[in-house]
Design a protein around this ligand. Sequence first.
Ligand code: C5P
Length: 316
Amino acid sequence: HEGQRPGGRLASGTGERVTVRVPAKVNVQLAVGGARADGFHDLANVFLAVSLFDEVTVAPAAELTVTCTGPDAHQVPLDATNLAARAAVLLAERHGLAPNVHIDIAKDIPVAGGMAGGSADGAGALLACDALWGLDSTRAELLDICAELGSDVPFSLVGGAALGTGRGERLTELPVGGDFHWVFAVADGGLSTPKVYGEFDRLNALVRVPEPRASAHLLEALRTGDAAALAGALSNDLQPAALSLRPSLRSTLEGGLAAGALAALVSGSGPTTAFLVKDPREAAVVAEALLASGTCRAARVASSPAPGAHQVQPRH
Ligand code: C5P
């Protein structure tokens, strides 16, 4: 019965169950332009995938259902708004199929934290369903569906490092010349991305927001794998907005810097804060100090670049 499908085709997965592993991201540069007519903002968004992963498993079922496991699973919506469910529906629609799968998300990426956890699940479900249904979609077809799902979803598929332009969905992959080490401080509760963009608009109502541009210094630091240079070039235009909505993040940022991080910034729209450190040993020191400070709920150590969405052996 191995992989045999009703249409007589062999699924490229096990046929019964497919698991895809997808990384979180940090934005090492997030340059935000003025609000567009469609409400989105033009970005120069430099994504770097980090080694915190969700695993999305899909299996045939009578109807579309979603479950989620992990310490913060209760914060994840399990209805049709879940990006993983939306990915299955979109892919099925394009191929005239019914999206009859059970999707299980093993969640390790902070929820609503500015690390593209929801986007990761969307990209993961898409790739997993494509394999389960034996569709063999091209990369371009998958990226197209990802862009429809959300601005950050294409990057979750691609991983590594990339510059996102437009609303962040048009990707140019970037070379990375070495490993970078990070600590992520997980805050209590999430921040809504549209609210953070709304606060950005409010804070910038009276200024002319310049065209977003990728920093040449930053791209060079990534290319050469130079952590000190990257530390000097990190920037996030959403940070003032995230701090305005969540002032307590300031003390988290200060705590990590005081403990020896090379640089600190809000990850994407927050409220997770990211600390670039010299090496894994420094990462452990900074993580311990952040936890002891009581200014975050959890501290996670990770490295980058990490690979994009890829199939792995399902867990039993
Ligand atoms: O594309 P995605 O669904 O992830 O975007 C979530 C929200 O974030 C959008 O509805 C919009 O408010 C905001 N956003 C934006 N400009 C972008 C990306 C997202 O204003 N480039």
